[in-house]
Design a protein around this ligand. Sequence first.
Ligand SMILES: [Fe+2]
Length: 309
Amino acid sequence: MGLQGLSYLGLASTDPAPWRAFATDLLGLMPTAAPTKAAAEDGSLFFRMDTRSWRLAVHPAQQNGLAYVGWELADRPAFDAAIERARAAGAEVEQPGEVLRAARGVTELARFRDPWGFVHELFTGAPYDFEVPFLSPAGVSGFLTQGVGIGHLMVTVPDFREAEAFYVDAIGLRVTDRMDMDGGKGASFLRASPRHHSLAVTDVFPEPGFHHFMIETQQLDDVGRAWDRVQDLGIPIKMSLGQHANDPLVSFYAETPSGFDVELGWNGLIVDEASWTVREFGGSGELWGHRGAAMEPITQARANASGQD
Ligand SMILES: [Fe+2]
């Protein structure tokens, strides 16, 4: 297929301004210029994680949430094949005009909305900035992106098996493993690159929505220092430092200015594509830590936050 991974994320925020400090001071991302002047005129913010011109964008919107997910294809033939694949799965794929393509800084761009309302972008020809080196304002040594994309995201859906089937068919994601819970509920972890997962889908929450995105540092020290920073900055912690069981990521979750969460981690599993077989598992999903409210329904967590803070 030539699917290379989750290569960028667009986030929607009713108030992007607080994101500048959150993304730089806590996460250690590098603020950068928008790919085009027009793309910045609405107050959108762009951030770098590596040699790419941008990896994370925050756009002003009426509602907080996920604006779009960027799936990268290796080249034009792979891009064309990805469009055909999505259409064959029933997705209404459109190729937006020149303005939007330029705003992403990519060579080819197509997009569709999935049955749960999330917007997926297929693209090829990613923008790089080789002249200005990535430098983390918070001193993060680097982010793990080479060959594995920027990280992962988790969305909540009414039926995780149905969503898994769609994402496998429409995007070509591969199932890494599934977490089975009581009553047939659970989660599926899907990958677009050797990274353990690029997209997790779960139906343990009553309302569909965007739960969190994860970015991964190159060293444990980077997560440890960010763990100190999140406390020093007084940012709400949604799950304490801990380690997942399936993807043995050492991570913590913090609440972003948009209300959904961000997971900052290290030590994610890199899958051997030649030998991997799908795993099924139960239990808590955790080896240690990760104490907190993150597994509450999103709406409940928000209600709690607004009632107690
Ligand atoms: Fe995660």
